[in-house]
Ligand binder design. Structure first.
Ligand code: BGC
Length: 743
C-alpha cells in the first residue's frame, strides 16, 4: 500500500516538474496549490521578499519577471475609496473614481438580514472589481464595547452571533467577484484613542466567546482570503505580529490558509513580523491616516531587513516560503483570476442595493401616538430641522471616507417622498461645516454665523405652524463624532442639539427625531419626543431611504445591533473604569483591562439588571406582530441531537411588515458563570396583514456551549436550559425549558 502511494507521488512529482516547465502557475485549470508551488519554485529570494510588502500606499508588487501582477488594495468597507497618490495620502485627482456609498456596516447589522449582506458584498465587490482592486479592506467585525469608539459605525454591533451571521454573506458576496475581503482589525481593536499604544488584557473566556467568533466565522465559514491585524497590542505584542493571535489561534487552531495583512503602519519589528505570522506589510511609518513616508518601501520591516537576515542565515526559508505561498494564493484568487468579469461602478443595481440595505436597517426606536409614518398624499406642512438634514456624511470618518457620485440628503429625500407637502427647512444648530477629508471636498457651504438662540428661535417659530417636524441630527463623522483615530468625548449629542430638540418638542407635538450615527447617543428628551428613528450613516441613498421610511412607503424593520444605555456609566467598560486603561508610568503604553469579561452589551445589562434606554434587538414597525405559543419537537436533547422550536407570528396590523424573531438561550445552571441569556438564532420574516408565519429554530448542543478556559475547549454541559423567543433582548414573548442529557 505504502509502496503504491510512494510510486504515485513520485510519478506526480515527475509529472509536476514536466508541467512546471510549462508554467503551471499560469494555468487557470491547475489546482491552486500546484500553481502556488510552481510559482514559488521559480522565484528568487529577492522576488520572494519582494511580494511581502507594499510598493505604494495601497499596492504590493507582483513578480514582473514572471508576469505575476501587483495586488491592489482599497478601503473599504462601505464603498471604494478614491485614488490617492502613489505614496502619499493626497488625492490623485482622478475624475473617474466616484463611487456608490453603501450604508455603514452598523446599518447592515441592524437589518439582521443575511441576504442583504450578500447583496451588499456582491455590489461593493463589483465596484472594487471595476476599479481594478484585488483586496477590499473590510468588513470590520470588532465588537462594540463602548459607545465612544469612533469606529463602531464600521463594525457590526455588540453581539458575536449577529456579527458572525452578517459578515459571512458579505464576504461571500465580495469574493464571488474575484476580489478578496480583508476582515479587520484582528483583534481587540475596540476603541480608537491610543490605538497604537493600547495593550488589551482580556480573559480567554471573553476572548473566545465575545471577541473572536466573528473573525473565526469570517475565515472559516466566509473563507476571507485575507485578514488585517490590528494596531493595538495584546500580551505586550502588536497584533500585526502577535504570536498568540496569528500563529496559535488564526493559523493554528483555525487552520487559516489566507494572508495576514498589516494595518497601515501596524508593523513595528522585523523579527516579530517574520516569526509571528505577518505575511504582507503595508503603510509602515504612517499612522494610517496622515504623514506618509515616500519611497521607504525597501526599508519596510519585511523588505531589506528581512532579506538581510535570510542572506545571513538568520531567518529560515520555510517561514519565508509559507508567507510567499499565502500571498501567491491571494494573487491567484484575485489579480490573476481569469474570467472574473469587469464589475461596474455606480450602476442602478448598486444604488438599488444601497437603498434596500438602508431601508432594511433603519430602526424605529419609538413611535407614540403613531406619529409616523407621515401621510405622503396630503398637502401638509413639514418642517425639517438640523444640520444633518443637509450635510453630506460620506466624506468623513477616516479611511472609510468616500468620494461619491451622489449623496441624496435627508432634506432632498423628504422633499421627494412628500411631493404634495410644503417642506421647509431650519438649520437648528451649527455643527461641523468643514466638509473635507484628505482632499475630497463636499463643496457644500454650511457656514452660518447665527447664535444658537437665534437658530432655535427660527426653528421653533416655524415648528409652531407645521403639521410635522422632523429633526435630523446626531453625529457627523468629523473628529470625535464617529471618526477613525478619535473617540467621542461623551455619550451626549454635540453642538447643543438637545436644547433644539427640547424646544421643538415643546413647540409641536408631531415631532420625529432622526438620529444619524453609528453609535448610541444619550437622549435626555426621550420622554418628550413621540417618534425616534435611528438613521445610521446611510451613504449615497440616505435621503431616499429616510424618505421611504418616514412616508411609510417602506415599513421599518431594522433592530438595534447594540444597546442604547441610559448613561455612559451604565456601560460595562465605563462602569468598571476600564475603557481606556491606565498609562504605564515608564512608557507610552495603556493597559486596558477588559474586566467586564464576557458581560459585554446586553449580557451585562441583563445580568446586572441595569436599565437600558433601548435594548439590543429592539425595533418597532408600522404594524403589530403577535407572537403565538411556541412548540418544541422535544424537551430533551442528546449530545448529538437537536430540538426544533416553532413559533407562529401574526401580522395584526393593516400593512405588510418584516419582523425579526430572536432566539436567546439561558443555561440554568453551569459550572462557570454565564450571562443571563445569549442570542443563538434569529429570522427576519415578511408577513402580510392578517397572515401568520411559522418561524422555526433548530437548537443543537453547539448553541449551548461556553468556552471553558481551564480546558481550552468549548463545552456543552448537560443540564437544564431555557429557550426564549423574543422580539428584543428585553421583550421575551415565550420561554421553553429543555434539557441536554449526558449522553
Ligand atoms: C485603518 C484601516 C485601513 C487602512 C488603510 C488604517 O488607518 O485602520 O482600517 O484599511 O488605514 O487606509
Amino acid at each position: 500500500m505504502n509502496k503504491l502511494l510512494i510510486t504515485v507521488i513520485s510519478f506526480g512529482l515527475a509529472a509536476g516538474s514536466l508541467v512546471a516547465a510549462e508554467k503551471v502557475y499560469l494555468d487557470q485549470n491547475a489546482p491552486l496549490d500546484q500553481r502556488v508551488e510552481d510559482a514559488l519554485s521559480r522565484m528568487t529570494l529577492e522576488e520572494k521578499v519582494g511580494i511581502l510588502h507594499a510598493q505604494s500606499k495601497f499596492c504590493s508588487p507582483g513578480v514582473k519577471r514572471l508576469g505575476i501582477p501587483e495586488l491592489w488594495t482599497t478601503d473599504g468597507p462601505h464603498g471604494i475609496r478614491p485614488e490617492v497618490l502613489w505614496d502619499e495620502w493626497d488625492q490623485a485627482g482622478w475624475t473617474s473614481d466616484s463611487c456608490v456609498a453603501f450604508p455603514a456596516l452598523t446599518c447592515l447589522a441592524a437589518s439582521w438580514d443575511p441576504s442583504l449582506a450578500l447583496d451588499y458584498g456582491k455590489a461593493i465587490g463589483e465596484e472594487a472589481l471595476y476599479r481594478g482592486k484585488d483586496i477590499l479592506l473590510g468588513p470590520g467585525v470588532n465588537i462594540y464595547r463602548t459607545p465612544l469608539n469612533g469606529r463602531n459605525f464600521e463594525y457590526m454591533g455588540e453581539d458575536p452571533f449577529l456579527a458572525s451571521k452578517m459578515c459571512v454573506p458579505y464576504i461571500k458576496g465580495v469574493q464571488q467577484n474575484g476580489v478578496a475581503t480583508c476582515v479587520k482589525h484582528f483583534a481587540l481593536n475596540n476603541h480608537e484613542r491610543n490605538r497604537h499604544t493600547t495593550n488589551v488584557r482580556v480573559d480567554d473566556r471573553a476572548l473566545y466567546e465575545i471577541y473572536l467568533p466573528a473573525f473565526k466565522a469570517a475565515v472559516t465559514e466566509g473563507d476571507s482570503w485575507s485578514i488585517m491585524g490590528a494596531y493595538n497590542l495584546y500580551d505586550n505584542q502588536h497584533l500585526c505580529h502577535n504570536k498568540r493571535f496569528l500563529c496559535d489561534i488564526l493559523k493554528g487552531e483555525w487552520g487559516y490558509k489566507g494572508a495576514v495583512v498589516s494595518d497601515w503602519g501596524g508593523t513595528h519589528d522585523t523579527d516579530e513580523a517574520i516569526a509571528n505570522g505577518l505575511d504582507l506589510e503595508f503603510g509602515s511609518w504612517t499612522n494610517g491616516l496622515s504623514n506618509g513616508a515616500s519611497n521607504a518601501y525597501d526599508n519596510y520591516y519585511l523588505a531589506l531587513p528581512y532579506l538581510q537576515r535570510l542572506r545571513e542565515g538568520k531567518a529560515d526559508t520555510a517561514t519565508l516560503d509559507d508567507k510567499v505561498r499565502r500571498v501567491l494564493r491571494l494573487i491567484f484568487l484575485t489579480a490573476m483570476r481569469e474570467g472574473k468579469g469587469f464589475g461596474s461602478q455606480c450602476s442602478d443595481e448598486h444604488y438599488a442595493a444601497a437603498r434596500e440595505i438602508g431601508n432594511g436597517g433603519i430602526v424605529l426606536l419609538k413611535n407614540d401616538r403613531r406619529v409616523l409614518p407621515i401621510p405622503a398624499g396630503k398637502p401638509l406642512r413639514i418642517l425639517v430641522v438640523g444640520e444633518n438634514a443637509v450635510k453630506m456624511q460620506t466624506v468623513g470618518g477616516g479611511s472609510s471616507s468616500l468620494k461619491v457620485q451622489r449623496e441624496v440628503s435627508p432634506l432632498d429625500g423628504i422633499r421627494e417622498a412628500f411631493p404634495m407637502a410644503q417642506v421647509e427647512y431650519a438649520r437648528g444648530y451649527v455643527g461641523d461645516v468643514t466638509g473635507e477629508y484628505n482632499g475630497v471636498v463636499t463643496g457644500q457651504d454650511l457656514k452660518d454665523d447665527r447664535s444658537p438662540a437665534q437658530l432655535i428661535a427660527e426653528a421653533v417659530e416655524k415648528a409652531k405652524t407645521a403639521d410635522y417636524v422632523v429633526f435630523v441630527g446626531g453625529l457627523n463623522k468629523s473628529e470625535g463624532q464617529d471618526c477613525e483615530d478619535s473617540d467621542r468625548s461623551g455619550l451626549e449629542l454635540p453642538y447643543g442639539q438637545d436644547a433644539v430638540i427640547e424646544a421643538l418638542a415643546a413647540a409641536n407635538p408631531n415631532l420625529a427625531v432622526v438620529n444619524i450615527s453609528g453609535n448610541a447617543v444619550a437622549m435626555p428628551w426621550v420622554k418628550s419626543v413621540p417618534a425616534i428613528v435611528q438613521g445610521w450613516f446611510l451613504g449615497s441613498e440616505t435621503g431616499h431611504s429616510l424618505g421611504d421610511v418616514l412616508s411609510g412607503k417602506v415599513n421599518p424593520s431594522g433592530k438595534l445591533p447594540f444597546t442604547f444605555p441610559v448613561r455612559l456609566s451604565d456601560v460595562p467598560a465605563h462602569a468598571l473604569g476600564d475603557y481606556l486603561g491606565k498609562k504605564r508610568a515608564d512608557e507610552e503604553i495603556y493597559d486596558a483591562d477588559y474586566s467586564e469579561g464576557i458581560l459585554v452589551g446586553y449580557r451585562w445589562y441583563d445580568t446586572r439588571k441595569v436599565k437600558t434606554l433601548f435594548p439590543f434587538g429592539h425595533g418597532l414597525s408600522y404594524t403589530t406582530f403577535e407572537y403565538g405559543k411556541p412548540t418544541a419537537s422535544a424537551s430533551k436533547m442528546t449530545a448529538d441531537g437537536e430540538i426544533e422550536i416553532t413559533v407562529p407570528v401574526t401580522n395584526r396590523g393593516s400593512v405588510a411588515g418584516k419582523e425579526i424573531v430572536q432566539l436567546y438561550i439561558t443555561d440554568v445552571k453551569s459550572s462557570l458563570p454565564r450571562p443571563v441569556k445569549e442570542l443563538k438564532g434569529f429570522r427576519k420574516v415578511e408577513i402580510q396583514p392578517g397572515e401568520t408565519v411559522n418561524v422555526t429554530f433548530t437548537i443543537t448542543p453547539e448553541e449551548l456551549k461556553y468556552f471553558d478556559d481551564s480546558k481550552h475547549a468549548w463545552v456543552a454541559e448537560p443540564g437544564k436550559f431555557k429557550a426564549h423567543i423574543a422580539a428584543s433582548a428585553e421583550d421575551i414573548k415565550a420561554t421553553l425549558p429543555f434539557e441536554l442529557s449526558g449522553k
